[in-house]
Design a protein around this ligand. Structure first.
Ligand code: N01
Length: 544
């Protein structure tokens, strides 16, 4: 940008109705809704050089969706749903990235998306009721609304291990994977992390590399995905039933088109319980978590029976009993760390070129120039893969310097953990809307469903403001306090917050332990959001 242009930008920021940060599912949906339906002037900024968000960045080997394709997609346009052909149940990353690029093209969204541009700061001006938004390139724009579509799992977490920079081989974090891929042939690979990502990457890397060593701090329960390609008849059946499928995703507890069975674990005999669990295991995917017994995530005894069922599967699949025992999670209830679904994870440990190392009992002390050293052994590698996850829920928001009314910084407002109203607004930050923010069900719901709900709710709120001639909206501190209290209270009834997971910030040293996602389920959450609207936005203050 020329100096003259820069000066002009500095003095006369472009005036917009809204800035949207991020061009993944949430950013694309927002741009469509706010521009095409509400007629707003919207600018989207995106750090990546392509659209897709999560599905742009996470291109590691084995990356694929673990919700089924035909409901892990947008429902806002019938023609879009009817036109797009998903190849199978669990599409790989390139297919979802293609889908999101198709959405960007189909709705002519690209003209309002500026790629390769990180938003660095946003400041609310009390006098004008507008946000001044700045980017890494020096752009400065003024917008009435600031809408964060930054994703819950976008801020990369590099582990805090001594010597990280000293490794002389190749090293990669799974969420910043090179576009051209990585050639593992003939190489010795070390992989750190056994969350959803590590569990997806392990079988694929093992099939290519000379040797793979997986460093596991906490074992995770994973259920087979049982991926299958769609036949034309499957596609036709899905398309015929799309309206009903989408409706069910909006009504079910976790945004899937199915519900838990209407029985608790203790209502059935041991034989029947095993039969039901076996059926869920055979069917594969998230049904084991969200379509099984109704008390799975509430009752520790019921959970333990399901947990032991999975442990027994691990013991059946993995031939070496010591490795099998190491892979069996014993310190957290099933589901309290986000359970992955996998393709051939456990069986991969039967391969001669795969080795599992327990770094709970012998932690990694240092990354060395040739590999890494645990308290017990030194390992040499050609490639190191960090599948160590994210500073989830809050990281992507707090990495932007956001300053609300009266100079209040979001980082200070959230010093003891995130505080929001419905996960959508933050007291002291007028005209800021956080799509799938902390305090909303977000990651506990099939994400596109959660996103569309938030975008619709925000659009309704903005429409209400316009009709009432208001220019400023914010949650009141007391409404926010009540919501935060409610989020904490419902989490007491659930096992979801009891593990040391990113749900509670436990994966980031020093992060306050707070159950960030709303655990009350989608129906109750939607009811609460609707009640706010029906009461004339009780808990929110409007100004002009
Ligand atoms: O990250 P994670 P992820 N030293 O935080 C370990 C979504 N997702 O990228 O459990 C050693 O789950 C850490 O150990 P521990 C999904 O929601 C979706 O795998 O903290 N180890 C853990 O094993 C998922 O839940 C899809 O003890 C360290 C691992 O690294 C979320 O993204 C696919 C360490 C991190 O696991 C995050 O998954 C993939 C350290 N210092 C992901 N720090 C799909 O839907 C961390 N670890 C396709």
């Amino acid at each position: 940008m020329s100096d003259a242009a820069k000066n002009l930008t500095e003095t006369e920021p472009r005036q917009l109705d809204a800035v949207v940060i991020g061009a993944g599912f949430a950013g694309l949906c927002s741009l469509y809704k706010f521009r095409e339906i509400l007629g707003m002037d919207v600018q989207v900024y995106e750090t990546g050089d392509g659209v897709g968000g999560t599905w742009y960045w996470n291109r590691y080997p084995g990356a694929r969706c673990d919700s089924e394709s035909f409901y892990y997609c947008f429902s806002f346009d019938d023609d879009l749903a009817q036109e797009w052909e998903w190849s199978g149940k669990y599409p790989e990353q390139p297919e979802i990235e293609r889908y999101l690029n198709h959405v960007a093209d189909r709705f002519d969204l690209r003209r309002d998306i500026q790629l390769s541009t990180r938003v660095t700061s946003a400041r609310f001006d009390d006098a004008t009721h507008r946000w001044e938004v700045r980017t890494e390139h020096g752009d400065c724009v003024s917008a009435q609304f600031l809408i964060t579509a930054v994703g819950c799992l976008s801020a990369t977490n590099f582990p805090d291990i001594q010597g990280l920079e000293s490794f002389q081989g190749e090293s990669f974090h799974t969420s910043r994977w090179p576009k051209g891929g990585v050639d593992f042939r003939g190489k010795r690979v070390g992989l750190i992390g056994t969350g959803s990502t590590g569990i997806q990457a392990t079988p694929v890397i093992a099939a290519e590399a000379d040797q793979l060593t997986v460093f596991q701090r906490t074992p995770n329960f994973t259920i087979p995905a049982r991926h299958a390609a769609f036949a034309p008849a499957d596609q036709a059946e899905i398309k015929k039933n799309y309206a009903e499928i989408f409706q069910r995703t909006r009504e079910s507890p976790a945004g899937f088109p199915y519900f838990p069975i209407e029985r608790s674990t203790h209502d059935v005999s041991a034989e029947e319980r095993e039969e039901i669990l076996e059926g869920l295991w055979e069917e594969g995917g998230f049904k084991f978590l969200w379509g099984g017994f109704s008390d799975l995530l509430i009752d520790p005894a019921a959970n333990e029976l399901a947990s032991e069922f999975v442990r027994n599967k691990i013991r059946e699949i993995v031939k070496d009993p010591e490795t099998a025992e190491l892979l069996c999670p014993k310190c957290h209830p099933y589901g309290s760390k986000r359970p992955p679904i996998d393709t051939d994870y456990y069986v991969t440990f039967n391969r001669d070129n795969v080795n599992l190392v327990d770094i709970k009992s012998a932690p990694i002390e240092e990354i060395t120039s040739t590999g890494l050293r645990t308290t017990e052994t030194e390992y040499e590698f050609d490639v190191l893969v960090y599948a160590t996850g994210f500073d989830a829920m809050t990281g992507s928001l707090l990495r932007i310097d956001i300053e609300g009314a009266g100079g209040l910084r979001l980082a200070d407002a959230w010093a003891d953990g995130p505080r929001t109203f419905l996960g959508i607004q933050v007291a002291g930050f007028p005209n800021l809307f956080t799509i799938t923010g902390p305090g909303s069900p977000s990651v506990l719901i099939n994400m596109p469903v959660a996103i569309e709900h938030h975008v619709d709710w925000i659009a309704d709120c903005i429409t209400h403001m316009k009709e009432a001639g208001k220019t400023r909206v914010e949650a009141t501190p007391s409404a926010q306090d009540s919501w935060v209290e409610h989020v904490a209270e419902v989490s007491e009834y659930s096992l979801l917050g009891t593990g040391n997971s990113w749900y509670v910030g436990a994966n980031i040293p020093g992060k306050p332990r707070v159950v960030s996602p709303y655990t009350g389920g989608q129906p109750l959450y939607r009811e609460r959001c609707e009640a706010v609207v029906n009461s004339g936005y009780e808990g929110m203050e409007f100004g002009a």
